[in-house]
Write a protein that binds this ligand. Structure first.
Ligand code: SAM
Length: 247
């Protein structure tokens, strides 16, 4: 099967970064988000669960999506978010605990629906998240500094029928002892603003390119009926987070 015949849904993506990385490799990639796309390209603005339910109507020849890369919201799933929203004095907690618990369960239901979607190959990405304890353990932890960006942001991946991502350009920790997106104490540098979540949620270009080239090659070989030369994900990963070497 040619890349252009392989349909890939990039779920919960407004930036267009992963979509355009797959399209650059020739795949028929389309993104979906409640928000409009930031970069011009094939995008459905709406609920991704409806898009998945209607996939036969949306895809060429009714063939459905062959693969999905999903970036569900982490607001009620990230372990750090849960921690600072409930325990750290001085941080504003605007949502009462009972409502927050309900929103957490809804967020888990959404992640579960994406992981269980009727699509043969699925990658779901989130920061350190209760998905691992409430749904299933992560398969891999990656960092932007493994893909050419001198920044730290532990990103967890849950993979169905996809290989682990291989680092493409591993950078050492700068001699100052912290990454370019961090303060000396290791906090994220981006100050509070309405756009903060957007800046932090965007997929790094280096990671998007690695997904498109490595998973794209895997999907092409699987669709062509070839055996992919890498062992299955479970055999090689315990999901540990990588540690940087020092400069
Ligand atoms: C953490 S952000 C992911 C951003 C992504 N990494 C990117 O580069 O655009 C989560 C996104 O999920 C979207 N979202 C939330 N619920 C959704 C739904 N039911 N259907 C489609 N998108 C949804 C939000 O609008 C938000 O843009």
């Amino acid at each position: 099967m040619r890349p252009q015949d392989i349909n890939i849904l990039i779920a919960c993506e407004y930036s267009g970064n992963v979509r355009e990385a797959f399209r650059a490799q020739g795949f028929n990639a389309i993104s979906c988000d409640l928000l409009p796309t930031e970069r011009p390209g094939p995008h459905i603005q709406g609920d991704v669960l409806e898009v998945i339910a209607d996939q036969k109507l949306i895809t060429p020849g009714g063939s459905g999506f062959h693969a999905m890369v999903a970036h569900p919201p982490c607001t009620y799933l990230s372990t750090s978010g849960i921690h600072w929203n409930t325990h750290v004095p001085g941080r504003k907690e605007k949502i009462p605990p009972r409502e927050r618990a309900k929103l957490t369960e809804q967020a888990l239901d959404f992640a579960r629906a994406l992981m269980d979607a009727n699509i043969p190959h699925i990658a779901l990405e989130n920061p350190q998240s209760i998905i691992s304890t409430r749904i299933r353990p992560k398969d891999q932890c990656i960092q932007p500094w493994q893909f050419g960006h001198p920044e730290s942001k532990a990103t967890w991946l849950w993979l169905k029928n996809l290989p682990l991502l291989r680092p493409t350009n591993v950078l050492p920790l700068p001699s100052v002892g912290y990454w370019e997106n961090q303060t000396p104490s290791g906090q994220n540098k981006i100050g509070p603003s309405a756009e903060r979540w957007k800046m932090r949620a965007k997929t790094y270009d280096g990671i998007a390119t690695a997904m498109a080239t490595q998973w794209g090659a895997y999907l092409t070989s699987v669709q062509a009926g070839q055996t992919f030369p890498r062992p299955p994900v479970k055999a090689r990963s315990k999901g540990q987070c990588p540690r940087p070497s020092r400069r």
